[in-house]
Structures are given as structure tokens and as C-alpha cells.
Design a protein around this ligand. Structure first.
Ligand SMILES: CC(C)(COP(=O)(O)OP(=O)(O)OC[C@H]1O[C@@H](n2cnc3c(N)ncnc32)[C@H](O)[C@@H]1OP(=O)(O)O)[C@@H](O)C(=O)NCCC(=O)NCCS
Length: 181
């Protein structure tokens, strides 16, 4: 049976973590050494992982990382949308995953935000996310100085904190918890 499982990182099995680490390395970086990625994923204990499975076989996956951002002396607890991957592309598996992510964000009334390039932004738009060119630079002003950094588009669903609308209204500093997303 096909279904999307939602699990905290701390509840993922070692087989699931290893599969995710291998696919992420291969698809994003074209590399087979996945140990570093595995260590990174093991730290995502409180992130929400979305696994679209057919029985035990993972067809697509991604996760939401709780991220605290300070802006105008207020803390915003948003969810960073990370590592969205379809094991086999163009079979609708990515869309099924994004539908669950939208439902989850809607239920929790949280802002979900991720970054991508102009092509894949179209995929998120088709799946009911808002997209905005240049959004990454608003959060990371130093981003994009290297040629290979192409993921300037933001895709998001805004929650009740109205975080994205607020940061787009001014140029004041946004305090990110890390130098990179
Ligand atoms: C991006 C990705 C997750 C999309 O998943 P998918 O399962 O292939 O997508 P779907 O089959 O659900 O496609 C849904 C729609 O989006 C479109 N779409 C999918 N990928 C697209 C892309 N890269 N560029 C433009 N449109 C795209 C499809 O054409 C389809 O449109 P249609 O409904 O009009 O036919 C998948 O291509 C992937 O894993 N890419 C590599 C990793 C990656 O780049 N992840 C995103 C990081 S931000």
C-alpha cells in the first residue's frame, strides 16, 4: 500500500537514515560517499521527515526542520523545507509528498520555507506553494556570490506569523541561526 509516513528524525530506523543519506548524496552532489550525510541526518532528531512509501520502499522523501529566526526583536519558529527528492522522477511522487507537507503546515499554521532554482520553483508552484525570486538573498545577503549558487528562489507557505510578508516589507536585518540554510 502507498502512503506518506511522517516521523520525527529520532524515530527513523538506521535503514531509513542510510537510504536517505545515500540518495541525498547521489542526487544532490553525484557522490557515493554518504557517511557525512548520514551523520548530518542523525542530528535531525526533532525534524519532521515525510516518507512516501509503497510498502517498505521509499518513493520520495523530504523533511521539515524547526528553525528559529529573529527579526525585529521577535522570534519566529518556522519550518525549513529540506532535501525534497523523488527516487524516480516524473511519476507524481514528488507532488504527493508536497501535498502532505502543505496539509501539515496548514494544520500547524506554521510558515514553511525552502530554497531552489528557477526550474524546480515551477514544480513547487504547481504544488500550491508561493514562489519568490531573490528570497534567499533577503535571509542570506552574502548568498550568490559564487557562480554555482543558483538556488535564489524561495518557495513557501505562510503561516499565521506572516513571516515572509513581514520580512519583505523592510530591509532590516534578519538574524539567522546559521550562516547557511
Ligand atoms: C523536484 C522533484 C522532487 C520533483 O518530483 P517529481 O516526482 O519528479 O515530480 P512530479 O512527478 O510530482 O511532477 C509534478 C509536476 O511538476 C513538474 N516538475 C517536476 N520536476 C520539475 C522540474 N525539475 N522543473 C520543472 N517542472 C518540474 C512536472 O512536470 C509535473 O508537471 P505536470 O503536473 O504539469 O505534468 C524531483 O524532480 C527530484 O527529486 N529532483 C532532484 C532533487 C531536487 O532537485 N529536489 C528539489 C530540491 S529544492
Amino acid at each position: 500500500m502507498k502512503a506518506v509516513e511522517i516521523k520525527k528524525g529520532k524515530d527513523l530506523s538506521i535503514d531509513e537514515l542510510t537510504f536517505l543519506a545515500k540518495k541525498t548524496q547521489k542526487i544532490f552532489y553525484g557522490k557515493n560517499n554518504f557517511e557525512k550525510e548520514l551523520l548530518k541526518l542523525k542530528k535531525e532528531k526533532s525534524s519532521f521527515f515525510f516518507l512516501f512509501k509503497n510498502s517498505n520502499k521509499i518513493l520520495s522523501f523530504g523533511f521539515l526542520k524547526p528553525t528559529r529566526i529573529k527579526y525585529h526583536n521577535k522570534n519566529y519558529n518556522i519550518l525549513g523545507i529540506r532535501n525534497i527528492i523523488s527516487v524516480k522522477k516524473n511519476k507524481g511522487h514528488g507532488s504527493i509528498l508536497m501535498k502532505e507537507i502543505i496539509n501539515f503546515l496548514t494544520k500547524k499554521e506554521k510558515t514553511g520555507l525552502g530554497f531552489t532554482g528557477s526550474q524546480v520553483a515551477k514544480f513547487y508552484k504547481k504544488n500550491n506553494f508561493s514562489i519568490k525570486q531573490g528570497l534567499r538573498k533577503r535571509l542570506f545577503p552574502d548568498y550568490g556570490n559564487n557562480k554555482e549558487e543558483i538556488a535564489h528562489w524561495g518557495f513557501y507557505q505562510e503561516g499565521k506569523d506572516k513571516f515572509i510578508s513581514k520580512i519583505m516589507k523592510s530591509k532590516s536585518k534578519i538574524r539567522m541561526p546559521s550562516r547557511k540554510w
